[in-house]
Design a protein around this ligand. Structure first.
Ligand SMILES: [Zn+2]
Length: 271
């Protein structure tokens, strides 16, 4: 290859390199802008936040089918009531901070995540999740919700334990693993509310190893005297302390509050 041809090839390479970097920066800028916009538009609390519940039958079990078939908007009414009451208690002026709608069943299953994957695989998964949510949250004739929660209703006879649920602030999407049992509807809604608050920027407030609520942020009433037992669970701690070493899951959202630290994270209260 002559010197001129090599130089021309080098120039072409460096032009391509600049184009690639430029494109990447453009995509990152769009992603950053959309995350910033989502964050502001979902936590300005000047109009009701629209949340959509999308049921899924993950194993194709008949009992999950029957459970999903029988679901009605009333089954999720305590989620909106919980968010609205707690928003008002923390000083939000509008009576309905959130509106929760039940959407038709989704047949496509969410992309499965690889727990403990590296940064690249996590990024790839979160991109796939955003595309999945976009594809599956726009049934004809319905206004698409701002926050999309995909709830996989497992047959309790199939699986005694279910994978971890997730809620992503980037993309405003959550995937909840729940049980298809009439006696689990109320406790499923605690998990759904927890993941909804994750999408709004709330962080977990329990110890990853022991699952114990963190003090003081994971306590619904950290100033309570005596401190134990706590009467309510903090939503992002997920459990309420009975004493210094034991804690229990709430049976329903009636036993759950939004603590002060969470209220700051979701912009109900100024820090
Ligand atoms: Zn969590």
């Amino acid at each position: 290859m002559g010197g001129d041809a090599a130089a021309a090839l080098k120039t072409t390479h460096s032009v391509w390199r600049s184009v690639r970097i430029g494109f990447l920066l453009f995509v990152l800028a769009i992603a950053a802008w959309s995350t910033w916009y989502d964050r502001l538009s979902t936590t300005d609390w000047d109009e009701p936040l629209h949340i959509g519940i999308f049921p899924i039958n993950p194993e194709g079990a008949g009992s999950s089918d029957a459970y999903i078939e029988a679901l009605s908007p009333e089954d999720f009414a305590d989620i909106a009531a919980f968010i609205n009451e707690e928003a008002n208690r923390h000083g939000i002026a509008i009576p309905n901070a959130a509106r929760v709608d039940l959407f038709p069943e989704v047949t496509e299953r969410p992309p499965s995540s690889k727990p403990g994957g590296g940064m690249f695989s996590n990024l790839w998964w979160s991109l796939k999740m955003r595309l999945y949510a976009r594809r599956n949250s726009r049934p004809p004739g319905r206004a698409p919700p701002q926050v999309r929660i995909f709830v996989q209703y497992h047959d309790p006879a199939f699986s005694r334990s279910v994978p971890h649920s997730v809620g992503l602030q980037k993309g405003l999407v959550g995937v909840v693993h729940a049980f298809a049992g009439s006696d689990t509807t109320a406790s499923n809604n605690v998990v759904i509310a927890h993941e909804i608050l994750h999408t709004l920027g709330a962080s977990d407030k329990y110890d990853i190893e022991s699952l114990a609520p963190l003090f003081p942020a994971g306590y619904a009433d950290p100033d309570r005297q005596p401190k134990f037992p706590q009467e309510f669970a903090e939503i992002m701690a997920g459990r309420y302390p009975i004493d210094a070493d034991s804690f229990e899951m709430p049976a329903s959202l009636d036993e759950v509050l939004v603590g002060d630290a969470t209220a700051v994270e979701i912009r109900w209260v100024n820090p």
